[in-house]
Design a protein around this ligand. Sequence first.
Ligand code: URA
Length: 211
Amino acid sequence: MRVNVVDHPLVAHKLTVLRDERTDSPTFRRLAEELVTLLAYEATRSVRTEPVRVRTPVAGANGVHLAYPRPLVVPILRAGLGMLEGMTRLVPTAEVGFLGMLRDETTLVASTYADRLPEDATGRQVFVLDPMLATGGTLIAAIELLLARGASDVTAICLLAAPEGLRRLEAAFGGRVDVTVVTAAVDERLNDKGYIVPGLGDAGDRLYGVV
Ligand code: URA
């Protein structure tokens, strides 16, 4: 498994504003999208392309376009939805599937309550959007599901990661080169409620308010 902590002043700046408890939901949503676009730029470095020939007004030129099948983007409901616009702005031709996962708070086992994904994802390059890699349980279940459906590689894009979650992912996928995590920062730890410290609080609540 590869972990890419994106080191860039604009990423650090936007993440700092997201962390700030005074940042309101509209600003949080806009900045989360902008941050995802920057992370997505790194996450798509290995996206498959095909050679293509075009004509400029001056001459013929060799170029590339995204290969088929198109990349598959999978936001994990609900907070992953806040990352979708930032991702599709960069890769507008990507297809989008949705995955709803719930974690049993006592057993910590993740179960699927919504699955709008292709049954057959053979050869697909998949980008999973999940803002907070905390214990890692949900992300492990999502990645296992996508690999079991044939995905050629899975890249998880997370705004923030906890060392505990990264260790669990490493234990699950350590030997594999087809699993990657791209994140803006790895924080200190999880607290006893499963929140990332210092983190940014509950990403779903910060995006959409408390319901
Ligand atoms: N999910 C969140 O939204 N925030 C955390 O800190 C951990 C998990």
